[in-house]
Design a protein around this ligand. Structure first.
Ligand SMILES: [Mg+2]
Length: 372
């Protein structure tokens, strides 16, 4: 079996709005073999930038586009292919979007491997430890506490026992920030509350907010600091009354390593569309080794949702699953299978590979660019 084709497709919904939600477009990588199998993957990044990394022609030995590195290779060799892609993209890769593009390929290779062996990815990863994981509804804050309370009530009514609110307008002022959290708690009643600050504070202000928010009992305080402020996270985690979660922006093992080595976090949030299964397996092993907790990050299409639940189900302490409830056709209709929590629980699919199939009519409707 050999890789015959690497197709890259960009889908985008009309009327994109200026909000921090990556479910408005998607870049799909479809790896096809000479014997007719296909694996599908997705990256959470700027789709056109990922596509350029897939499509780029040969420049020199360590500056190659991914497609030409993959065609003719055995798709089951995903570990070797990860190393090959890493080495041969060193001049523009190694971090950020270079790894993210590799992750979309890696997700597709694992989907393909699952289909080739007739096994779900959680089994290829070593076996699931959970048949289902408690989903939390992941959504943005309202404009103020009152609107946030209304949003909270909506998702509790929909059956969720945990809800996360994130990003703007948090960080506007102490009064606004506390009003948002108070509103969230008011609307949730006894349900689990998670707060995602969206990288708006310096460490001292974050500590002050952690003390102020503690009264409303959030389960964690997510990304209070800039993603690169590792010293700040180490300092904050030592002092915060709330558990600190972060990691969603990290791309691959090299990016996670300093956070893990320095025990900077309580909860490590891993996005499979930025790490692939290959590096997510490494991160899982390292985080479990230091006794910290793992969660998925996922704000894109059902492909990454399915990838996330396969991986998270293999983690020892899978206590919550990020279930994005942003209202986007990409989130709801890209695949024939609905991958969303039911009564607040996310089931682990047992079908081969990712266990989801693309709705080709939907793909054609929202397709804005394609290369092969
Ligand atoms: Mg977040």
């Amino acid at each position: 079996m050999k890789i015959a084709q690497v197709v890259c497709q960009i889908l985008r919904i009309p009327n994109i709005t200026a909000k921090t939600a990556s479910s408005q477009d998607s870049v799909l990588v479809r790896v096809r073999t000479d014997d007719g199998l296909e694996g599908v993957g997705e990256a959470d990044s700027s789709p056109e930038v990922v596509k350029a990394i897939i499509d780029a022609p040969f420049s020199h030995n360590i500056a190659c586009g991914l497609r030409q590195l993959l065609v003719g290779e055995n798709p089951l060799d995903h570990e070797r292919l990860w190393q090959k892609m890493y080495r041969r993209t060193m001049y523009f890769g190694r971090t950020a979007v270079g790894i993210t593009a590799m992750s979309a390929v890696d997700m597709a290779l694992w989907d393909l491997k699952g289909k080739a062996f007739g096994q779900p990815i959680h089994r290829l990863l070593g076996g699931k430890r959970h048949d289902r994981v408690r989903g939390y509804a992941s959504i943005l804050f309202g404009r103020d506490g009152k609107e946030t309370a209304d949003i909270a009530r909506r998702w509790v009514k929909a059956g969720y026992t945990a809800v996360k609110f994130g990003w703007e307008p948090m960080g506007t002022s102490e009064a606004v920030d506390i009003d948002l959290v108070r509103g969230a708690r008011e609307g949730l009643g006894d349900a689990t509350l998670l707060i995602d600050a969206g990288c708006v504070y310096d460490a001292r202000t974050a500590l002050r907010r952690a003390h102020a928010f503690a009264e409303y009992k959030p389960e964690w305080f997510e990304e209070p600091l800039h993603e690169a402020d590792i010293d700040g996270y180490v300092w904050l985690r030592d002092r915060s009354p709330l558990p600190i979660a972060a990691g969603e922006g990290e791309c691959g093992r090299e990016s996670f390593r300093p956070l893990i080595d320095r025990k900077a976090l309580d909860v490590y949030q891993v996005d499979i569309s930025r790490c692939g299964f290959t590096d997510a397996s490494y991160i899982r092993a390292r985080v479990e080794e230091i006794g910290a907790r793992l969660c998925n990050h996922c704000y894109t299409s059902p492909l990454t949702v399915a990838a996330s639940i396969h991986w998270l189900s293999t983690c020892r302490d899978a206590f919550l699953f990020e279930d994005c409830v942003e209202d986007s056709p990409l989130r709801h209709d890209l695949t024939h299978e609905k991958v969303q929590s039911v009564n607040g629980w996310m089931e682990v699919p047992d079908r081969p590979g990712l266990g989801v199939t693309l709705d080709e009519a939907f793909v054609q409707k929202y397709l804005v660019a394609e290369s092969k």
